[in-house]
Design a protein. Structure first.
Length: 189
């Protein structure tokens, strides 16, 4: 049974659609293949990595998170081409070889994924979430900027510019799921 067949309703279906759209956008900027493993940081239920294994059955995934969820174990059933690394992403200083990917690295964990990608000179792609006002300094941000772009866009634009300042190419794009909801993507080949 494929991942898609197991996730026909509810939140899992929405998450699956985000993962599918994420890979579609990432593949436009970073070559994906079974020959290059992926590193799924803040993997949660593992849907990102397991979807990759459906696209590339001979591929390999390194999952990183503080613990395996019950949903992760269900999705992992029957799969052997992965390793789960039980580690706190905040204290991680190095990852296994591969392309760094992360969907919904909450709050400052997005910045940790960026830090690891820059430090290790690896390609990476992130769908940030949980943007908080305290992530920016009020004195540097004119109110009209936040009004024009919104908090999430402003923070992600700032992140993309900081990546470019490090000499890396960076694409900031978005996935629109419907008229009102969208997710930003930061892609660094």
């Amino acid at each position: 049974m494929t991942l898609d067949q197991r996730l026909l309703t509810g939140k899992d279906r929405r998450d699956y659609e985000k993962v599918r759209l994420f890979f579609g956008e990432v593949a436009k900027h970073i070559p994906l293949s079974a020959d290059t493993p992926i590193v799924d940081l803040c993997c949660g239920n593992g849907m990102l990595g397991f979807y990759f294994l459906e696209l590339y059955p001979e591929g390999y995934v390194h999952f990183y998170d503080q613990q395996q969820t019950e949903r992760f174990r269900e999705l992992a059933e029957g799969k052997t081409n992965y390793t789960f690394h039980q580690e706190d992403i905040n204290t991680l200083t190095q990852t296994e070889e591969g392309i760094l990917l992360s969907i919904h690295a909450c709050y400052i964990l997005t910045d940790k994924v960026i830090e690891l990608g820059l430090q290790e000179h690896k390609p990476f792609a992130i769908m940030p979430c949980c943007h908080r006002r305290e992530m920016i300094q009020q004195c540097e941000t004119p109110p009209h900027v936040l009004h024009t772009y919104g908090l999430a866009d402003y923070i992600d634009i700032t992140r993309a510019n900081a990546i470019r300042d490090q000499g890396r190419s960076c694409t900031l794009t978005e996935i629109k799921r419907n008229r009102k909801k969208k997710n930003n993507l930061i892609i660094v080949p």
